[in-house]
Design a protein around this ligand. Structure first.
Ligand code: HEC
Ligand code: HEC
Ligand SMILES: [Cu+2]
Length: 401
């Protein structure tokens, strides 16, 4: 899909048309003059030279100065537009894009990961570019943006969509057999659709309590990881002692459900010692009873950890771009039936046949080069960037295939 009135496309197109236009005028002009002279001064008509021109200050000045001016305007126009492509407009939304063989992952500030880039219309978006393995290039023709992702180097592009729709993303740097399949899209949503999308809990997999903490901006003052901020951290609260100030007296209490509810509904009444009374009160209109319960349950760790879906992890981490689920084996062994398979691997130069089990899969994930499945090239990246739980979820999922 195409739409050409977005700022980055315009910056590029204007310069292109300007330079191309001048080049075309010069090409036509020079060709026309050449043809005219060739015909007019042909040998049969003028067998001898007719004039000896020694020089012309005027002509020479014109054809020196004029091209300099033209070339300098091209430079100036190109430069100012290029700077526009590198300067992020104020209020841009930030997304992290990671390229890996052979897929893209987009990570939002709240931690949500998607394989397509969802953005709202009419909002500048800064895409922070990373590579997990080799050189790739983030290329979106509709927005005229293209930038390499280089391992260990951070770079960025920005764009602003002016119409909802779906716009192709390509990898524009040859990165191996799966290069041509390294495509996805930018899904530009209307503002309402985007708000709905960013709040829909099932697509993020976040428990309701965490969604409310994000939505209400609690995370602006409270961390969830133990670091102190404007407010106390909300990490590991359950059962911990707290010194609070109430009616001018310091009391020691134990954090429980009722305390947390009071702290949110009426923060002024009991102030956590060592902090300023800066927390706004959240009444029932702002946070409903159910949401308050969800927040408190979440803070007390009562919610079962979100069930990690192995299938989703495989898709999110790009495994499916090399491994198929349907039995085809172009690049890597298929996951179909992997749980009840015998494999022949090469280990320390010897061939070994073994039964696929959890231990084997763990080794295959963490140290893929130690045991090479026979008949395949050593292309599998070690997945040591995943957490223990995520690796377990993948292994359990694979064993059931
Ligand atoms: C403007 C910053 C700010 C915002 C926004 C904010 N808080 Fe607070 N919060 C504080 C401060 C400062 C304290 C400590 C002083 C006090 O007890 O009022 C606090 C205390 C708390 C406590 C007691 C913690 C303890 O360890 O004793 C809880 C629970 C809490 N906040 C939850 C929330 C929730 C839930 C939200 C969002 C609905 C929220 N806060 C939004 C600043 C904030
Ligand atoms: C760049 C392509 C590529 C990607 C991406 C990739 N793999 Fe692999 N994988 C391979 C290749 C090639 C092999 C076979 C060679 C070997 O054993 O290293 C393999 C082997 C495996 C094996 C052993 C299979 C068997 O039949 O014994 C498992 C399990 C596996 N990969 C899981 C994963 C998971 C999970 C991911 C995603 C986190 C993943 N792979 C991502 C290319 C890839
Ligand atoms: Cu690529």
């Amino acid at each position: 899909m195409n739409q050409l009135n977005n700022p980055t496309a315009q910056a590029v197109d204007n310069v292109l048309i300007y330079i191309f236009g001048f080049s075309l005028i010069l090409l036509l002009g020079i060709t026309a003059v050449t043809i005219y002279f060739v015909v007019k001064y042909r040998r049969s008509k003028y067998p001898e030279p007719t004039s000896q021109v020694e020089g012309s200050w005027l002509l020479e000045s014109i054809w020196t100065v004029l091209p300099i001016i033209i070339v300098m305007t091209m430079f100036w126009y190109g430069w100012t537009n290029y700077v526009g492509l590198r300067e992020i407009p104020a209020g841009a939304m930030e997304v992290k894009a990671t390229a890996r063989m052979w897929s893209w992952v987009f990570e939002y500030p709240d931690g949500r990961k998607e394989s397509k880039l969802y953005v709202p219309v009419n909002k500048p978006v800064k895409v922070q570019l990373y590579s997990a393995d080799v050189l790739h290039s983030f290329f979106v023709p509709a927005f005229r943006i293209k930038r390499d992702t280089v391992p260990d180097i951070e770079s960025y592009v920005w764009f602003q969509a002016t119409e909802p729709g779906s716009y192709d993303i390509f990898c524009a740097e040859y990165c191996g057999v799966g290069h041509a399949d390294m495509t996805t899209s930018i899904e530009v949503l209307s503002e309402e659709e985007f708000a709905e999308w960013s709040q829909s809990p099932q697509s993020s997999g976040d428990p309701r309590g965490l969604v409310v903490l994000n939505e209400q901006g609690c995370i602006g003052c409270h961390s969830l990881d133990g670091s102190e901020n404007i407010g106390p951290t909300l990490f590991e609260l359950a059962g911990n002692p707290r010194q609070i100030e109430k009616d001018g007296k310091t009391l020691e209490i134990t954090i429980d459900e009722d305390y947390l509810k009071r702290a949110i509904r009426d923060p002024e009444a009991e102030i956590t010692k060592g902090f300023d009374p800066m927390m706004p009160a959240y009444d029932e209109e702002t946070i409903s009873k159910e949401d308050l319960q969800a927040v408190v349950d979440y803070l007390l760790g009562k919610v079962a950890p979100v069930e990690l879906s192995g299938g989703k992890l495989l898709a999110e981490n790009g495994c499916i771009s090399c491994h198929s689920m349907d039995g085809s084996e172009e690049i890597a062994p298929t996951f179909m039936g992997i749980g009840e398979r015998q494999v022949t691997v090469e280990r320390d130069g010897k061939e070994v046949t073994l039964k696929v089990d959890a231990e084997y899969l763990r080794r295959a994930l963490l140290e893929p080069d130690a045991e090479m499945v026979k008949g395949f090239a050593p292309m599998m990246p070690a997945v040591d960037y995943l957490s223990e739980e995520e690796i377990d979820a993948i292994i359990n999922y694979l064993l059931k295939q």
